[in-house]
Write a new protein. Structure first.
Length: 255
């Protein structure tokens, strides 16, 4: 698979950062590429699946992902997504001496402060010097924030991944183990064994978590708990709330 690099300069070294706001439709794919700069990805709306050579992350609006310079990655959009990408030059990264994890891909919680800083970088309310300090503060936050583990691990096996991605893209929540095994061109037994090996979850448990992570985008957009429950195939709002608590640790309303 070919890898592209976007060589277009986004900023000079004195500025040290730049940003892009992109609107994607569900199912769009940004193929493998890398940047000369470090990159912070955050979706104000939507859910994206980000891939590197050996790992995959499902990123809802409550998370942000740091990708270091020269790291090959791609992403697929699992829903309509409003993406904010902050590009940071290596010289600016070097100014944040506490950011010792800058060479590692990692996910952090999108706190109120992090969201406010990102939003501030995309407004005209602040001058260049102020925005440079805001970009540095973002790096400081990245240096201190604990990494969030992959709450929805994606299979490494390409056949399993194809089936899992199809389920999330098409919202086929009624799909059975047999349906998914057919997509992966495997027997049900082989599919079950390899899926558990790759993700640490049975397919049934993983699908439950996939529905809950899909609900995070809906909740962030003000969709009611009742509507989400039925949209994601739960028998009733109480069943959705119970499943949500088992995965996230709190109820949808408290979240």
């Amino acid at each position: 698979m070919s890898v592209c690099i976007d060589k277009a300069p986004r900023h000079d070294e004195a500025t040290g950062w730049s940003g892009t706001a992109i609107s994607y439709q569900r199912g769009e794919v940004d193929p493998p590429h890398y940047h000369l700069e470090g990159q912070l990805l955050f979706a104000t709306k939507g859910v994206m699946l980000v891939e590197t050579a050996d790992r995959r992350w499902v990123i809802p609006p409550q998370r942000a992902l740091w990708i270091p310079p020269l790291m090959t990655h791609s992403y697929s959009l699992l829903s309509h997504t409003e993406l904010r990408a902050i590009y940071v030059s290596r010289s600016l990264i070097a100014e944040c001496t506490n950011f010792t994890k800058n060479s590692q891909v990692h996910v952090i919680n999108a706190t109120v402060l992090l969201k406010a800083l990102i939003a501030g970088l995309f407004t005209d309310e602040y001058n260049g010097a102020a925005k440079r300090k805001m970009a540095l503060l973002l790096l400081e936050i990245l240096s201190e924030a604990p990494s969030v583990t992959a709450e929805l691990p994606m299979p490494r096996d390409e056949r399993l991944f194809r089936a899992a991605r199809e389920l999330m893209l098409s919202h086929r929540w009624e799909a059975t183990l047999m349906d998914m095994a057919d997509i992966a061109n495997m027997s049900e037994r082989t599919f079950s064994r390899r899926f558990l090996h790759d993700t640490g979850f049975s397919f049934r448990m993983w699908k439950q978590r996939a529905r809950i992570y899909t609900s995070l985008d809906l909740l962030s957009n003000g969709v009611s708990v009742k509507q989400i429950a039925y949209q994601l195939g739960f028998s009733c709002p109480a069943a959705f709330s119970a499943a949500f608590r088992s995965v996230i640790g709190t109820t949808p309303s408290e979240f």
